[in-house]
Design a protein around this ligand. Structure first.
Ligand code: ADP
Length: 162
């Protein structure tokens, strides 16, 4: 059985992430979508909120499970018995950093490989940062995230302002 991990901040999840999840879920028996609890990043959504949003938008995919983790991804992958790490590449700018991480991870654990999927063209520009930027000015984010998450994202900015 092949188990893969698709790790990320998902703060918040976008159509770009969803596209990656749907495509990679087809390639493996089980896909763990794992939210990194990174205290350094000062996220907009708590890990619990991010997990819950991911669960909602992946509930049509029976082989996808949403989890969260602290610490080193490569250790978590081994702990979960996953042999593949999935990462997305949007632009050349993603490449250098991702290559370095993937190579480091292979030195730490050569049994776990990183699989890169190139972004679908329609989402090449899309990032969680862009969504937050537009939402913070009250702009239209319906092209970036599923409709049912829009209210929750705007709410964060209203709460912050009040
Ligand atoms: P991280 O903080 O780990 O970069 P993100 O939540 O920003 O977490 O992204 C998680 C993964 O999803 C990364 O591999 C990233 O390259 C990929 N990703 C993000 N947005 C897109 C997109 N629009 N298309 C394809 N992959 C994407």
């Amino acid at each position: 059985m092949t188990r893969a991990i698709y790790p990320g901040s998902f703060d918040p999840v976008t159509f770009g992430h969803i596209d990656m999840i749907e495509r990679s879920a087809k390639m493996v028996d089980e896909l763990l979508v794992s939210v990194l609890n990174n205290s350094a990043k000062n996220p907009l959504f708590s890990v619990k909120e991010r997990v819950s949003m991911l669960e909602e938008i992946t509930n049509h995919l029976p082989n996808v499970k949403v989890t969260s983790f602290d610490g080193l991804l490569i250790d978590y992958a081994r702990e979960m018995d996953a042999s593949i790490i999935i990462r997305g590449l949007r632009a050349v700018t993603d490449f250098e950093y991702e290559l370095q991480i993937a190579q480091t991870n292979r030195i730490v654990n050569p049994n776990i490989d990183t699989l890169f999927l190139t972004t679908s063209l329609e989402y090449a520009y899309l990032s969680s940062t862009i969504v937050k930027e537009v939402a913070s000015y009250g702009g239209d984010i319906s092209h970036f995230v599923p409709e049912k998450l829009i209210g929750r994202i705007y709410e964060k900015y209203n709460n912050k302002e009040s």
